[in-house]
Design a protein around this ligand. Sequence first.
Ligand code: AHM
Ligand code: MG
Length: 338
Amino acid sequence: MNDRIISLDRFIMSEQSRYGGRGDFSAILSQIVFAAKVVAAQVSHAGLIEDILGRTGQKNVQGEEVQKLDEYANKVFINALNYIGKVCVMASEEEPDMIVIPPEHPKGDYVVMFDPLDGSTNIDVNVSIGTIFGIYKRVTGGGDGKLEDCLQTGSKLFGAGYIIYSSSVNLVYTTGNGVNVFSLDPSVGEFVLSNPNVRIPARGKIYSTNEGNQPYWKKGTREYIDYLKSERNTLGAPYSSRYIGSLVADFHRNLLKGGIFLYPEDTKDPKKPTGKLRLLYEANPLAFVVEQAGGWASTGYERILDITPAKLHQRVPLIIGSKDDVLEYEEFAKKNLS
Ligand code: AHM
Ligand code: MG
């Protein structure tokens, strides 16, 4: 075998020796990788399997229709992590409450937050979707994990990442020492390092937002997007617009090419005045990844990783990507406050 090919297992082992761990975190990551492969296999068959594709007719805790593949992915990740003795509690975007570890299994020192299948409204139309995860050390003593283990600020993340199910399957993760991208080689069923130590450009040429929400945006956001589309901006030329509508896919493109993603606060739905995306399962893990790659993530008013969560399914405005772009957005947003 070509010794320049670095498998994910080899990479995880070398990282473990760097931070002197006992292997608990590595075991969690290996289970996430296993679950990702199982989900990837189902995603690639989704168009073929009638009872997987499509809706269940039920609503999830966010009041949204649940897709069958969401439920499937949710179960796969729970079942991959709940018996290994390394996790004390989990929480998922698809579950109303914390996920307790069954009494027959030992409890560990880590807490896992995840969105099992983000962008799931795109499943039916064969657009990229993803899984997002964040991993914390527990703050409570021992035994079953508690709500306070789940409600930690993002700055306490021990590791975070995402998987993107697309023309190829990528796993992107960080343990606070840079960001690495792995690609699944389907011929051997293993992830191999494809983009080591990714750095996001300080400024991009792409903005990514659901512009259909413009009538509901605050003045600062409207002025910022108009500015990007003009020749008055820092580039001296209009930015390009790219919006897939799958956070993981929009984020991944901007991570590699540079750019800014915005899901700002809006007045469209009075029940969601602070935007759509969830702090624990979406914003925090991606904010940790982007900062590790040299980027920035903000609500427009404060750093995402500094927010103290008040509840499991808390939503936040999310402005994330190239650092200079996100900081420039903050100036527009803050000016609008006065
Ligand atoms: P989901 O977790 O229910 O899939 O919703 C999150 C998704 C993100 O992937 C994406 O950025 C956003 O919702 C798109 O929302 P909209 O359709 O309002 O533009
Ligand atoms: Mg989601």
